[in-house]
Design a protein around this ligand. Structure first.
Ligand code: NAD
Length: 490
């Protein structure tokens, strides 16, 4: 029988600093969406594999949490240089498993470096507080880690999203179990290898692969203190409810439907190129993608330029693939439905084929005008390079459409009027707002997180807000001088 050799070795779990095979479980095939080729396999591990990983993380916690934070960050300083050294290899992996263009994949690794830099600044950010609260009595507040924490990731940023959580949570003294998306499990293997090379002690980071079963086991495991999740709203809700009902901390980021409001006074070229890039970057598979434009008043000249810009986006050249055959079919179905419902398809990306990669999963840039708020494409996350344009007469009507969305990740306004921009900043119901910026991702030290059904939980997942999530406060009251007068609290 012919044995097929895969481009990448079968993915294994990573426990206590070792790559370990989970022979007890089924595996899933991993395909490259660029070509449709089978490139690896991933184990769909269960509760026993999770338990081994949690046991390793629990064993590593006492020593790791007792290591001074200034020593903990030294490992991440070294790690940052390794990310820089291996930038190309890391970007190649992202490209191969996720389907991005090389430039997009490299940008993802650059963001991982920025996230690592932020974690290295933690000693400066988390110094505690001390105050003499009564004569001779001192109160101190210190930030302490939680223990073993878990991070569950989606397919669309195989390198960046794990870096939303790994550096901050670990630098702050926690030990972690990471569950990558089973669709893109390759990058995490390399991340673990580089952290080991940087000197991260065994057991501080562990990786367990799998799907629903392992996520449910994470939510139920009694020794996991906190769960972070990034993925679709449907699953974010399930994870948030299950983890918090098991008395864990949880922040669960969900899907998005981001509105870009375009006013007639907007700079036409800048707006057209920004909107086109926002809807098509990473093939529209970003929770920050501007998938909906609301044109306010006379904006035909901007729509015309936008279509011109979108025509320059070529699948296989400056546009990557979508993640799977099912995703391609779902996106094309959205386009067909909108057209059948009366919207006007100005640019149609259905049936895109890249010569030499006929089995890859490509959808070309698509612009659909005269979408109405009741259409499915106006309400649901499409997660492809598709822009649905709605038209209104006033900014208040545009904001009403934005406010009516269940989601609330990002919103943006394109205008040269400061007062209109301010009005949108004040009245859009979203956690991240752009003014003349189509993808308003807050950069470190600011935190990332949406509103409404785009995020469940009190904290954001990155930046300063994540410090709150990954730590708990220890308040100590100290009295050393026996001469001090005894009062009500000493
Ligand atoms: P997904 O919800 O299908 O999967 C996310 C994770 O949940 C994966 O690790 C997966 O294995 C697991 N999972 C899948 N089904 C499950 C189930 N029934 N029970 C428990 N766990 C399950 O999301 P995806 O398709 O990998 O990623 C795309 C989605 O992620 C989009 O909706 C996108 O908007 C969202 N996303 C949001 C953000 C954000 O910051 N808000 C960032 C990136 C991606």
């Amino acid at each position: 029988m012919e044995v097929q050799t895969l481009k990448y070795p079968a993915i294994r779990n990573y426990v206590a600093g070792q790559s370990v095979e989970d022979a007890s479980t089924a595996t899933m095939d991993v395909f490259s969406p660029l070509s449709g080729a089978l490139i690896s396999t991933v184990p769909l591990s269960g509760a026993a594999a999770l338990d081994a990983a949690v046991t390793a993380a629990k064993a590593a916690f006492p020593e790791w949490s007792a290591t001074p934070i200034k020593e903990r960050v030294q490992i991440f300083y070294r790690y940052k240089t390794l990310l820089e050294r291996d930038m190309k290899a890391l970007a190649d992996l992202v490209r191969e498993e996720n389907g991005k263009t090389f430039d997009e994949a490299r940008a993802e690794v650059e963001k991982a470096i920025e996230l690592t830099e932020f974690a290295c600044s933690m000693p400066q950010l988390i110094a505690g507080e001390v105050l003499e609260v009564s004569k001779g009595v001192e109160a101190r507040v210190e930030r302490k880690p939680l223990g073993v924490v878990a991070s569950i990731a989606p397919f669309n940023f195989p390198n960046m999203v794990p870096h939303w959580t790994i550096p901050n949570a670990i630098v702050l003294g926690n030990t972690m179990v990471l569950k990558p998306s089973e669709q893109v499990p390759l990058s995490a293997v390399k991340i673990a290898e580089l952290l080991k090379e940087a000197g991260l002690p065994a057991g501080v980071l562990n990786i367990v692969n799998g799907d629903k079963t392992i996520v449910e086991a994470i939510c139920d495991h009694p020794d996991i203190q906190a769960v972070s999740f990034v993925g679709s709203t449907k699953i974010a809700k399930v994870v948030y409810i299950r983890a918090t009902s098991n008395l864990k901390r949880c922040v669960a980021l969900g899907g998005a439907k981001n509105h870009l409001m375009v006013l007639p006074d907007a700079h036409p070229d800048m707006t057209a190129s920004n909107v086109a890039a926002s809807m098509s970057g990473c093939a529209g598979q970003r929770c920050m993608a501007g998938s909906t434009m609301v044109g306010v008043g006379a904006v035909d000249h901007i729509v015309a330029k936008l279509v011109e810009e979108a025509r320059k986006i070529i699948p296989g050249e400056n546009l990557g693939s979508v993640i799977s055959r099912e995703a391609k079919e779902r996106i094309e179905q959205h386009i067909a439905e909108a057209e059948a419902a009366g919207a006007k398809v100005l640019l149609d990306g259905r049936g895109a084929v890249v010569p030499g990669h006929e089995d890859g999963y490509y959808v070309g840039p698509t612009v659909i005008d005269y979408v109405t708020p009741d259409m499915r494409i106006a309400k649901e996350e499409v997660f492809g390079p598709v822009l649905a344009i709605m038209r209104t007469d006033t900014l208040d009507e545009a904001l009403a459409i934005e406010n009516a969305s269940n989601y609330g990740n990002a919103a943006a306004v394109f205008t040269q009027s400061g007062s209109h921009a301010r009005y949108v900043m004040d009245n859009a119901s979203a956690g991240m707002i752009g003014v003349n910026i189509g993808v308003p991702v807050p950069r470190e030290p600011f935190s990332f997180g949406g509103w409404n059904e785009s995020k469940f939980g009190a904290c954001d997942i990155t930046g300063k807000s994540s410090i709150e999530f990954w730590t708990q406060l220890k308040k100590t009251t100290v009295k050393w001088n026996p001469e001090s007068r005894v009062n009500w609290m000493s």
